[in-house]
Write a protein that binds this ligand. Structure first.
Ligand code: X2X
Length: 339
């Protein structure tokens, strides 16, 4: 770095200002108080919100109260579709959103959700903290949003239903399944010959309860914390897709913050994300037992014929075309050959 702010200050403020130099960060923080909103779609008890609350406290402490982050869980400010609009307009400053739903604005962001792309968590983090993640982040930035470096974990997704376990490709046929609002999700379940319905997460519980749909798919941490086990009977461990939440920021709101505050905020958001990954992974590993005592019946289908059905239906070739050769090469370079 040629001339840092601090050395610039040192060279210009002279002796009179030297007393301030020991605490340049505090003085920058004291100038103004920033109150920002962070919205997400998950229940308060999900690790995302537990870690976010901790993180907000640490940021406020480290900025001497200059930055206050208020966390709004459970889609309190609106559905994902609405909150994405609020983020773009600046009504909400931060929002965590699945890359697949974000793809309604940033098409490339869906690429991490290609069916069965990731064999395990090691591959997920190597890819998302590596070349694949940086490619997606650069696409997000091109659409005038700020995105933090570390993606937060949602997890590997499993299928729950009220009427039958999913054991073979035939069980997908005509299944009325809720999917998030995202072309890739709809396309994948159509390729499996289901009848997918696009529904925002804040309406999933009631859609299942009133039998608008018979099925949904989510990681166990969500099936537990959102109490979906109350309105679903079977859980089939398909791991058909890994999903994560990009921590997004409104660009103007971000650039209004002094550099010193940006640094503290980004540091704690990324650290909280790393801890949330550990929490979610542990929960997804241990929740099967608990959900069984809640009455859910589990099965583990062979996924090879399900993948074969996706291939045969042209799912991979269609999405390779949609994402383009360059993006697809980054994906396959990260996870191995898909089609
Ligand atoms: O909507 C969902 O199913 C959820 C909570 O997993 C996402 O945000 C993608």
């Amino acid at each position: 770095m040629p001339i840092s702010r601090r050395s610039f200050m040192l060279s210009t403020v002279g002796v009179a200002g030297a007393a301030m130099i020991g605490a340049p960060i505090q003085s920058a923080f004291a100038a103004k108080t920033y109150r920002y909103k962070y919205a997400n779609n998950l229940p308060p008890s999900h690790p995302m919100n537990l870690r976010a609350k901790e993180m907000a406290k640490k940021i406020e402490e480290e900025t001497n109260g200059a930055f206050k982050l208020q966390v709004f869980p459970s889609s309190q400010l609106g559905s994902d579709t609405e909150t994405l609009n609020q983020l773009r307009s600046g009504a909400v400053e931060f929002f965590t959103l699945s890359g697949l739903i974000l793809s309604t604005l940033v098409p490339a962001a869906a690429i991490s959700g290609v069916g069965f792309a990731f064999p395990d968590y090691d591959t997920v983090w190597k890819s998302m903290d590596g070349e694949l993640g940086s490619y997606i982040r650069s696409e997000i930035e091109r659409h005038n949003l700020v995105v933090m470096e570390k993606i937060w974990d949602n997890g590997f997704r499993e299928i729950t239903t009220s009427n039958r376990p999913i054991a073979s490709p035939d069980d997908f046929r005509d299944l009325k399944i809720r999917v998030p609002v995202s072309p890739l999700w709809t396309s994948m379940f159509k390729a499996l010959q289901s009848s997918p319905a696009s529904i925002n997460f804040n309406e999933v519980y009631s859609a299942l309860q009133t039998k608008v749909v018979d099925a949904q798919e989510n990681p166990l941490a969500i099936i537990q914390t959102a109490k979906l086990f109350e309105v679903q009977k079977y859980c089939s461990l398909t791991n058909h897709m890994w999903d994560g939440f990009w921590f997004l920021g409104n660009k103007d709101a971000w650039h209004r913050l002094p550099k010193e505050i940006q640094t503290v905020v980004a540091k704690h958001i990324n650290e909280a994300g790393m801890q949330e990954r550990v929490d979610v992974h542990a929960l997804n590993d241990e929740l099967q037992k608990k959900l069984t005592t809640e009455g859910m019946q589990f099965n583990t289908p062979d996924t090879a014929p399900i993948r074969a059905q996706l291939k045969q239906a042209g799912f991979y070739s269609e999405w390779k075309k949609n994402f383009g050769d360059k993006a697809w090469a980054i994906l396959e370079g990260s996870v191995g050959s898909l089609a």
